[in-house]
Design a protein around this ligand. Sequence first.
Ligand SMILES: [Zn+2]
Ligand SMILES: [Zn+2]
Length: 143
Amino acid sequence: MSLIPCSTCRKRGAEKLCQVTWAWNPRPGERMAYRQRLCPSCFIQRVLPLDKPFDPADELRCPSCGISTEHEMFPVYATSFIPGSGKYALELPLCGDCATNIRAAATENGELLADREPESRGQAPRSTPQETAWNRLGIVPRE
Ligand SMILES: [Zn+2]
Ligand SMILES: [Zn+2]
């Protein structure tokens, strides 16, 4: 069991929580980052839908609503550490409205991180692999 509740549903589940760091630049040269701990079902609802296939030939599109963000985007970087799987990093070229919503959601029970804190800190030591809800997601680590 996890002693820490999920940041968004506030439940303590049987599964280890995934650590997600949401980062963005409110102004050039400034970085804002919040860390949440999500259970598998909140991860599936909040992070996985943003992982849209990216076609290098197409223009950039908001991964949340699909409009073109080629000329104006508000990027958010979501870096997750999946128990038993590893790092799963997404770069999200969001539109203004979706960036506002996603940044607000990231602060929900999120821990405000000091500027430029190394992202690997706090990563749980690897334990013996076992079948968990995280393994079943089949997430391939990505830098
Ligand atoms: Zn949850
Ligand atoms: Zn959007």
